[in-house]
Ligand binder design. Sequence first.
Ligand SMILES: *Cc1c(COP(=O)(O)O)cnc(C)c1O
Ligand SMILES: [Zn+2]
Length: 389
Amino acid sequence: MQTHAESCLSELECPECSQRLSADRLQTFCEQCKSPLLARYDLDRVLATVSPQEITRRPRGLWRWAELLPVRNPALRITLGEGDTPLLPLERLGRGLGMSALWVKDESFNPTASFKARGLGVAVARALELGVREFVIPTAGNAGGALAAYAARGGAKAHVFMPADAPHPNQEEVRILGADCHLVEGLISDAGRLAAEQAREKGWFDVSTFKEPYRAEGKKTMGLELAEAFGWQLPDVILYPTGGGTGLVGMWKAFAELEALGWIDRRRPRMISVQAEGCAPVVRAFSQHAERVEFWQNASTLASGLRVPGPFADRLILRALRESGGTAVAVSDEQITAAQKRWAAAEGMFTAPEGAACLAALEILLETGQIGRRESVVLFNTGSGLKYI
Ligand SMILES: *Cc1c(COP(=O)(O)O)cnc(C)c1O
Ligand SMILES: [Zn+2]
């Protein structure tokens, strides 16, 4: 039974210096390397405890994967129904592009209408387990709503720092969910500085992207679900709208864990980062064969989730793209808006601009021949277009 499933979390590891840290204390990131910490699991114990068939039989939702998630006490696995979003075929769009296997993983079905629910659901649950009662987060918009929702669900307090020009529904959502909403003149990077300051001063726990290890674990479940949905194989290509890169890095980690468990073979999708032309630090670093991202000045795009000028997990993002044989591509706001309309009218889905960016990028990569028309391709629609009105 799911309620008794045991987390096989063993420790945390810095991917840069390989330092191991206790997973049963509240941790942030590796101070020496300024790197995220990654959660490690006792995979032998996972194998001895559960089979993929058993996971498939469990009740729907992200906590089906409890052995590969960090929360030890089943009673603390708070949920609002996140995960197990539909993988839908895009037949009409695909046919128009001459493709035979085009899919969307539609993350707009998550609580708070974006995939931020996965990461924050898991991060908040684990932090509650380790004694946190007050959270702080900088956000481009959706992460603030998700933190506010899960903090409320867990009986904790949330403080959100958001650019003053973030979409209005994001601001309203945070307030209605009972969190403090602090509007910041500037970008998510400026909000991040303020959040870190307040965290130090007030003793709040900072759940900024990759500044703690468990949001990536929640987003990892997108990769687990994809493998299961494709019959314990993976598609040829994944297009992912990349801001902080949590989902990209999380899915890449999921695939490694599944292979180590022997649940999938070594074949991997090519991972493709999609960014906006007005904020494309990953695209620039990738094309320059750089190991680090350089801060993007004057970041600007209507796809607010992509307005992340200096992702903290830059090394992990770039490594996943390269190891997978993938690439990174930037699209303009005009291309995003046009793709959003085409997608909506053709398939009946009002995607977030970040999701629409994946369709625009797909069209470019089909043209250049970097994606073949017979390949199986998954686009990530990371949220609902209704949150941007
Ligand atoms: C945050 C966000 C992104 C970027 O996600 P990362 O995992 O941080 O790269 C993309 N789309 C939407 C809708 C978002 O809210
Ligand atoms: Zn380190």
